[in-house]
Ligand binder design. Structure first.
Ligand code: BGC
Length: 719
């Protein structure tokens, strides 16, 4: 019987594979026949922008424009064809989705997939073929202005989430555009900085999520970054684009430049860029317009190279805008709001609950002071390409009122003013960090009169933004003074921090007992937050990056490599990025990677592997029992770290190689099964250009965070 089933299974599988192959063969034939009919001028017109977010099609052959839009937090509103001003449509209000680090904090690839599906459906409703998302550069440096857009400091976590967000987007026949390739880890000098990064580090830290999104997610497009890597602009980097991306990884889609990130015609054309995008015309003067035509005519760029680029663009189109059964799409639907809510509710991280103040006991709390500018602020717009015209956004105050307003008297005080604009000069922003004593006094006076105070602080979409890095880790807008005053006025203060990157929470960690971390958490942010505060949702978010005690503990600062000298930044810390650095150098972080509490507790036992020794190519089947020892159901993310005993090469103390989020009912035990690929234990050996799995003993750590190791087992790898 088993045999028959296996046979039928294989038959079905082969049937599918060949259907897929047939489709690809048919697409290939169509592309070849179309390319043959095109003139050189028509081909070149497809290789550069003809407006801010499109490039030319060939009408007479039925080839549409390639349309695109930002971006990572939802489909950007329609702007005018030739300038950045709103087109003032009334039909483009979108779902504001939680930001990248929020998605990463869910530690749940299903959430990344949901995010992708919504983005894909909304892109279709707006007739966009390429959505410029997801963005998942490694969070190397805590001050990076785009940390909130990106995911985490860990290549494995980034990869698992990137694969699913790409798959989600592309399930709707919309092309994902994974960005920014590669090593785009700071905004200061981003357009000119030369990132010097050694080969092993590039392969082990900065490239894996891109590789996975291409090879496992099948991403149709990729955006080259603004910066240089090892001396060459990313938009003309033969090594990154031709050798690695298109050669080694077999990428079939199109490389799109970041806006205005192309610098030469011949170098970019020959070194792997397919489409030049940018901001302002005249479009026919761009590197990939008339100058490219001239370069082909002069024999500097071959027509074969041009054909290959056109082939790639058509390949993207036949999987998206020209695909069969192309979905209509939909925008800002209740189902999309539900997805945004689900993601937000899994992303919120409970940092401290020492006094057991949370969840708020609804009936016992008769009055709540909601304090802080962030309680009434919306976070959808701002951040250039990451801004969204949200159909609606539930603020923290609105969410808290909706949840507790029936049983408690809720009053609001602003507490601080967020006097900071991303586009302003430092002079204009001067004084943004000063407390506003009048607002503080008013807030403290209010807090004194209520059962509970909920203090909503953090940053906002002006303070964290593309095009600049933060200057310090400190909480902005004089928030610390407000925290001190409100917590002194009311010991029952819950501090809610909304931000997308690490901040200095030393004082808060010392003096406050209840701290919740939220993000720029989308359309449903306020409802998700209120449900966490009320215990309708048991918090399950875990930090996707380390919060250092001091900026100077972090590798880029400890080694004085940020923002670089003479427009060059050398990644001297090598592979020791994020927790890999803190662990290996024995530096205690303030909050470690993977940290997050729950309203219940989890006890781990019985960690085991299916075998004691493995070979390259094997799968390690890991099992661990996780008991929910509390009285409420909750989700736990089991994190598997690997540590090589006596490695012959430098290895981080441990590295994340597997994780799984599971819902466990109160007082029950979940038998959690996870797999680790032995090949994922490899390091990159530069002298042989090979991934090497070192033989010998490994430790397997089952953990609730990178510093909270619950169970240890060991296994061997043999040659
Ligand atoms: C950003 C990209 C964005 C593009 C188009 C650039 O400044 O770096 O992420 O997609 O603008 O708005």
């Amino acid at each position: 019987m088993k045999c028959v089933l296996a046979f039928v299974g294989t038959f079905l599988l082969l049937g599918n594979v060949s259907a897929q192959n047939k489709k690809e063969i048919a697409i290939e034939a169509k592309i070849n026949s179309v390319v043959k009919k095109m003139t050189l001028e028509e081909k070149i017109a497809m290789l550069h922008g003809n407006a801010l977010f499109s490039s030319e099609g060939v009408k007479r052959l039925g080839i549409p424009e390639l349309t695109s839009d930002d971006g990572p937090l939802g489909v950007r509103e329609e702007i005018k064809r030739f300038d950045w001003n709103s087109a003032n449509w009334t039909t483009d209000s979108a779902t504001f989705l939680p930001n990248g680090s929020a998605i990463a904090a869910t530690w749940n690839p299903d959430m990344a997939n949901k995010y992708g599906v919504v983005l894909g459906q909304e892109s279709n409703a707006r007739k966009k073929t390429v959505i410029l998302s997801p963005a998942f550069n490694i969070c190397r440096m805590p001050l990076n202005g785009r940390t909130y857009e990106y995911y985490s400091e860990d290549p494995y976590l980034n990869a698992q989430l990137a694969i699913q967000s790409v798959k989600g987007i592309q399930s709707q026949h919309v092309a994902a555009c994974v960005k920014h390739f590669a090593a785009n880890n700071q905004e200061v000098d981003r357009g000119v900085i030369n990132t010097i990064v050694d080969e092993r580090t590039l392969r082990e830290i900065y490239l894996p999520a891109f590789k996975a999104s291409i090879q496992e997610g099948n991403a149709y497009t990729i955006m080259s970054a603004y910066n240089k890597v090892n001396g060459y602009w990313c938009s003309e980097n033969d090594y990154l684009l031709n050798k690695i991306l298109k050669g080694e990884w077999g990428f079939k889609g199109a490389v799109i430049s970041d806006w205005g990130g192309t610098h030469h015609t011949i170098e970019a054309a020959n070194n792997g860029l397919d489409i030049e995008m940018g901001s302002s015309g005249p479009y026919d003067q761009w590197y990939f317009a008339k100058p490219l035509l001239a370069a082909v005519k002069a024999g500097k760029v071959s027509e074969k190279t041009i054909n290959e680029k056109v082939h790639r663009i058509l390949w993207v189109m036949y999987h998206t805008s020209l695909s069969e059964n192309h979905p209509e799409g939909s925008i800002a639907t209740p189902a999309h709001s539900k997805a945004a809510y689900d993601i937000a509710s899994e992303s919120i991280v409970l940092l401290k609950n020492d006094a057991g103040l949370l969840p708020i006991k609804e009936r016992q709390v008769k009055s709540i002071a909601v304090i802080g500018d962030n309680a009434t602020r919306t976070f959808a717009s701002g951040g250039y390409g990451a801004g969204v015209k949200a159909k609606y956004e539930v603020t923290a105050l609105a969410g808290i009122k909706a949840k507790f307003g029936q049983t408690a008297d809720i009053k609001f005080a602003q507490g601080y003013k967020a006097n900071y604009l991303a586009g302003n000069s430092d002079e204009k922003n001067a004084g943004y960090d000063k407390p506003n004593q009048a607002l503080i006094d008013e807030a403290a006076a209010l807090a004194k009169t209520t059962d509970v105070a909920i203090l909503c602080i953090g940053s906002n979409r002006e303070y964290e933004s593309e095009a600049h890095d933060r200057k310090t880790l400190e909480l902005p807008f004089g928030e610390q003074a407000l925290v001190n005053a409100v917590t002194a006025a009311n010991p029952n203060t819950i501090i809610v921090i909304m931000a997308g990157a690490p901040y200095d929470l030393n004082e808060i960690k010392k003096s406050a007992h209840t701290v919740v971390w939220s993000w720029f958490n989308g359309t449903e942010a306020g409802n998700a937050l209120a449900d966490v505060l009320a215990g309708v949702i048991n918090p399950s978010g875990k930090l996707p990056f380390t919060f250092p005690v001091s900026l100077h503990d972090s590798p880029a600062f400890a080694l004085n490599t940020y923002p670089g000298e003479n427009l060059t930044t050398e990644y001297k810390e090598g592979i020791l990025v994020g927790y890999r650095w803190y662990d290996t150098k024995k530096i205690d972080p303030l909050y470690c990677f993977g940290y997050g509490l729950s309203y219940t507790n989890f006890a781990y036992s019985g960690l085991s592997t299916d075998k004691k020794s493995y070979k390259r190519g094997d799968k390690i089947a890991v099992a661990v029992n996780v008991k929910n020892t509390g009285a409420v159901a909750g989700k736990e993310t089991i994190q598997l770290y690997i540590s090589k005993v006596n490695s012959v090469v430098l290895k981080p103390e441990k590295e994340l190689k597997g994780f799984k989020k599971v819902m466990i009912a109160a007082a029950s035990v979940a038998k959690v099964a996870l797999n680790i690929n032995v090949n994922d234990l490899a390091y990159y050996e530069v002298k042989t250009s090979k991934w090497v799995v070192e033989p010998g003993e490994y430790k397997l750590l089952a953990a609730s965070s990178s510093k909270d190791i619950r169970q240890v087992a060991s296994f061997k790898v043999v040659n």
